[in-house]
Design a protein around this ligand. Structure first.
Ligand code: NAP
Length: 290
């Protein structure tokens, strides 16, 4: 990894995801050849939120690129918690489905947590169940939540040293901040979690060797808070007229950080890639191949 001032390593998630896809295609072909079955991801979209529809479409396209099937379930906004749980059960019991993705957020009248918990652990390839989170936290086998798992993959690919480093994760959501903190802790970082009630966020960021922005507020974390040589990971994406910005102000970060994720093209492609990789693994496990 290059660390010289002004020559930060770009943690290019798009390029890595492309490389991994090639390997996944080979694994999918092997599953088809050995079992006669095609690995399949079921996606569930409730309601008509255009951003969610786009994410689901992107996930379906990623399945296609590696030769997998995707089953797209669309349910109306008026769907009840019980109806959604029944649909999840149906997919749990379908041997042709290897992974289940419930696109979130679901409409607010639905008990999202209860629906996540309905997903069979073996098919929880998006890492959303409490059991999956608990197992991952304890270092037991489980599929990690895709965004933090994809970030860990990106860090490992670039040989970023984690042990003993001070990591600051900003955001504590169940799908991102919390599992991210557990993964970094399991990789022997000393982890601080910041959130909306944190006082003097800048002071925490200034001490961090690794900063993860997982907030959902455009450029909340300022470039001049970043410590010289830090590794900067931005999970956020907020479209702008010319492209988009993340949760971290990136202007000039290449002159301060030792490595950083571009926005877009850093964390996002790794999230989808992780979902597909975990579904392939679920298919391999269900076929007794691993
Ligand atoms: P979320 O559920 O809304 O959680 C946001 C977190 O940020 C909460 O823990 C909140 O704290 C914290 N927060 C909000 N304002 C803050 C502030 N001013 N100072 C410090 N912390 C603050 O969001 P999420 O689903 O985790 O997503 C976070 C970001 O990641 C978003 O930009 C989202 O678009 C992005 N994301 C990207 C991907 C991807 O594939 N690239 C996937 C998922 C999410 P409290 O807990 O105190 O409310």
């Amino acid at each position: 990894m290059s660390t010289a001032h002004g020559s930060a390593t770009v943690l290019d998630g798009k390029a890595l995801a492309k490389q991994i896809e090639q390997l996944l295609r080979t694994r999918v072909d092997a599953i088809k050849e050995k079992t006669g079955r095609t690995p399949s991801l079921a996606t569930i979209l409730v309601g008509e939120d255009p951003a969610s529809a786009t994410y689901v479409r992107m996930k379906g396209n990623a399945c296609k690129r590696v030769g997998m099937d995707s089953i797209r379930v669309e349910m109306p906004s008026a769907t009840t918690t019980e109806q959604l749980m029944a649909k999840i059960d149906e997919l749990n019991n379908n041997p042709d489905v290897h992974g289940i993705l419930l696109q979130h957020p679901v409409p607010s009248h639905i008990d999202e947590r209860a629906c996540f918990e309905q997903i069979d652990l073996a098919k929880d390839v998006d890492g959303v169940t409490c059991l999956g989170f608990g197992r991952m936290s304890m270092g037991e086998s489980a599929y990690g939540s895709c965004t933090p798992q994809g970030i860990m993959h990106l860090l490992a690919h670039h040989d970023i040293e984690l042990a003993g480093k001070q990591a600051v994760v900003v955001g504590r959501s169940p799908i991102l901040g919390k599992p991210m903190a557990m993964m970094l802790l399991n990789a022997n970082c000393t982890v601080t979690m910041c959130h909306s009630k944190t006082q003097d966020l800048a002071e925490y960021i200034k001490r961090a060797d690794i900063v993860v922005g997982a907030v959902g507020v455009p450029e909340l974390i300022k470039a001049d808070w970043i410590k010289e040589g830090a590794v900067v990971i931005d999970a956020g994406f907020h479209p702008t007229d010319d492209s988009g910005v993340g949760d971290i102000e990136m202007r000039g970060v290449e002159n301060i950080a030792s490595a950083y994720t571009p926005v877009p093209g850093g964390v996002g492609p790794m999230t989808i890639n992780t979902l597909i990789r975990q579904t392939v693994e679920a298919a391999e496990k269900s076929a007794g191949l691993i």
